[in-house]
Design a protein around this ligand. Structure first.
Ligand code: EPU
Length: 422
């Protein structure tokens, strides 16, 4: 199994480029199921999750081809199956988001329930309520959701919670439904806007993009074409933490500031001064000058759960007591015990973590429990004097494109090694 060997304390310097947003590229790829035609998608990050979803799409009958590292050509000549099977869906929950577009195309779909996940139970009840409202009959048998409708009809849907996946699935099911769908309490993540903008570029009629009330007027046909995915705000946030730890020597290239407001506001509250020039963003304020803070993860535009582990890593070396309340996922503190193996002082009390700042990270052997947790351990490893081994980096490969190559260019000593077992 692959692991990272990091020799920390090397003093990083240089520009680090942000790739396309994983969580925008995934639903946009799913959306190619909605209409026959040829799609060219640019700025698609080269990631394991994209490969997994490409396999799901191929099994459904689409052709997915890399024109270059970050450009995909998807050809939809009609679906040859309406079923997404457990072997693929269990490896990546985001593949449940094929259900809405398959329904839009075929009016029936059979998709495996995703099963458990390290960060929480993550049910799909809100997705299913949405499909029902659009006129589907839903049955769950033997671990599969089967949905069928004579005709998908627009409806008013109020989500109990602004779920990202449910919002995406419902929008995709509704774009070709008959009549108007009003989706209230919709998620407002920039990745949802990107999906909507992609659909609009194909002729979908969607209003209220970027708000919690999305209105979709069903159309008969869409017209596939070319689209460029937005930059990854979570990758950018992760590398901004590196920028702080390097006293501004690391500069993040290509981030979109408006997508990162809550994260940047929190860093500013901690005393960080965010500098920008052209498409570069960096922070020179030394970590010793930062103040502790309280973070509560929330749906967008609140503080993103996907940057919780990374800001916790930063707070671990900020003098004083910081606090993080995780409200999105019930089990997203798996990185705490691993960070504590690296010398941090973090205590968990239910969904709250209390972080007592320490002077420095210590090298250790640690294990990535999920993608963002893995990234936070790499950050700590880069700033711990000595050799850190991070195992289970298959999690990191799911969401950080060419992580070690990008870090090596900054002067990091990080390499991929093989280790026994898991
Ligand atoms: N939820 C329900 N019922 C549902 C759907 C969601 O109870 O039907 C709950 C979930 O269990 C969770 C909360 O609502 O507690 C939020 O889930 P949401 O549906 O918003 O998240 P998601 O669509 O499963 C996406 C991202 C995650 C990111 C979350 C929150 C993708 C592919 N994944 O997941 O990304 O953490 O939104 O912003 O877009 C990551 O990239 O590391 C990652 C985990």
């Amino acid at each position: 199994m692959d692991a990272y060997r990091i020799v920390g304390g090397k003093g990083l310097e240089g520009e680090i480029a942000i790739g396309g947003a994983k969580n925008a590229a995934l639903p946009i790829l799913c959306a190619t199921l909605v209409e026959k035609g040829t799609y060219i998608l640019k700025n698609v990050p080269a990631l394991k999750d994209i490969k997994t979803l490409s396999k799901v799409l191929e099994k459904l009958g689409l052709r997915v081809e890399n024109l270059d590292k970050n450009t995909l050509k998807v050809v939809n000549e009609g679906l040859k199956s309406i079923e997404a099977t457990y072997d693929l869906v269990k490896t990546m929950r985001a593949s449940f988001t094929v259900m809405g577009p398959i329904l839009a195309h075929e009016k029936r779909a059979k998709v495996s329930l995703p099963g458990g996940c390290a960060i929480g139970a993550r049910p799909v009840d809100l997705h299913l309520k949405g499909f029902e409202a659009l006129g589907c009959e839903i049955q769950i048998h033997h671990g599969y959701v089967e949905a069928e409708a004579k005709e998908l009809k627009g409806a008013k849907i109020v989500l109990d919670f602004p779920s990202v996946g449910a919002t995406e699935n419902i929008i995709m099911a509704a774009v070709k439904a008959k009549g108007e769908t009003i989706l209230e309490n919709a998620a407002r993540e920039p990745e949802i806007d990107d999906l909507c903008n992609f659909l609009v570029s194909m002729g979908a009629k969607i209003q209220g993009i970027g708000t919690s009330k999305i209105v979709i007027e069903g159309v008969e046909k869409l017209y596939p074409g070319e689209y460029t995915i937005i930059p990854d705000r979570i990758e950018a946030g992760t590398y901004l933490v590196l920028s702080i730890l390097s006293k501004g020597k690391v500069k993040v290239k290509g981030a979109v500031r408006e997508h990162m407001d809550s994260f940047l506001a929190k860093l500013e509250e901690m005393g960080a001064e965010i500098k920008e020039e052209g498409d570069l963003m960096w922070i020179e304020t030394p970590v010793e000058n930062l103040k502790p803070a309280i973070v509560k993860t929330m749906p967008h535009p609140g503080f993103p759960t996907d940057l919780q582990a990374q800001i916790m890593t930063l707070m671990s070396v900020v003098k004083g007591t910081s606090e993080i309340k995780e409200t999105i996922f019930e089990n997203r503190f798996m990185h705490v015990s691993e960070l504590n193996r690296m010398g941090t002082n973090i205590k968990i009390d239910g969904n709250r973590a209390l972080i007592e700042g320490v002077e420095k990270f210590e090298y250790a052997e640690v294990m990535a429990s999920d993608l963002r947790a893995g990234a936070s351990l790499v950050i700590a490893g880069l700033y711990a004097e000595g050799e850190t081994i991070v195992t289970r980096i298959y999690h990191i490969d799911r969401g950080y494109e060419a992580l070690e190559d990008k870090l090596v260019k900054l002067g990091a000593h990080i390499e991929r090694i093989k280790v026994e077992g898991v």
